[in-house]
Design a protein around this ligand. Sequence first.
Ligand SMILES: O=C(O)CCC(=O)C1=CC=C[C@@H](O)[C@@H]1C(=O)O
Ligand SMILES: [Mg+2]
Length: 371
Amino acid sequence: MAIPMEKLIIRRLKMRLNDPFTTSFGTMQEKEFFISEIVDRNGNRGFGESVAFTAPWYSEESVETNRHIIEDFLIDLLRENKVEHPDDVLKIFSSIRGNNMAKSTLEGAVWDLYAKREDVSLAKLLGGEKNRIDVGISIGIQSTVEDLLQTIEYYVREGYKRIKLKIKPGWDLDVLREVRKKFPETPIMADANSAYTLDDLDHLKKLDDYNLMMIEQPLAHDDIIDHAKLQNEMETPICLDESIHSLSDAKKAVELGSCKIINIKIGRVGGISEAKRIHDFCKEQGVDAWCGGMLEAGVGRAHNIALTTLPQFTMPGDTAGSSRYWEKDIIKPEVVVQDGVIHVPNKPGIGYEIDDNALETYTIEKKEYKL
Ligand SMILES: O=C(O)CCC(=O)C1=CC=C[C@@H](O)[C@@H]1C(=O)O
Ligand SMILES: [Mg+2]
């Protein structure tokens, strides 16, 4: 039976991060994004969240390209096609190339709605097996090494299960040396967001001295060939983030030996269905996976939590607690991390209520569409 979707509401939100977040490609303090809400004939509400940033520096998508693709293409495809199961959305949207974050914005709402109609949590619906998940924290580039050491100390005390540091040329080996001196045993990894090339091979090989869990996306955002060459020369496992947009990318990267670990981000791969397919492939191949973050608000955060309950998410993800990002999140209760653990909610759908007042406060534009 087709899901009787009646109405789609797209809200554009603007929220301010508690602390600016700096990576090799820039600093972010404000976040603009979309919350999609699909309402069925019985008044059930399913929610999705877009993850593209204002500028296309993480991937080619941006808030504005998301708006364009959703408004001008995806809504019509949802209207014109029957959706019996959330997995259908991936097929329905396949006539549009790329634009995975735009697709995922609507697909996530269909998953939440479907789970609520079935009266089951999204985690259970996906086949999740954990009722608690381990989480780590991603720390942006800081002004001084001293600031970084203090920030790490704070999050280690809070209990986060691993620390991810952002690195770039000029903020790498010397910084890691100091970090390791102070935190010899802490599980630490580094994310370069494509700040290096193979010309840096000798430099990158020195990362092997710091007992890192992995190095994330050291080379170009669209590369899997050079990463294979680098992995062949390095002990530290390479984790791919930006380069993986689909199951097909994941298969090629693993076959080539471009990485030993995959960071699965729902938005980057076009939604929960594709994320689950990549997870299943990793499980089959014994490749470690973990769930990355895109500085999401509560809805996206809840989707990440549900996905992470699948068994091959063997390493702590980046889904930290709401208060690490926002003064007030858009869900009730907020996501809480205690001793590096999130207890997975078992209510239907994403498992958290929407805080309609908070949602309204952050909304800067709202549009409604009949489905
Ligand atoms: O806390 C989170 O949500 C993860 C933050 C984080 O590390 C990233 C978010 C967005 C883009 C990048 O800078 C980075 C990543 O590459 O994983
Ligand atoms: Mg990354």
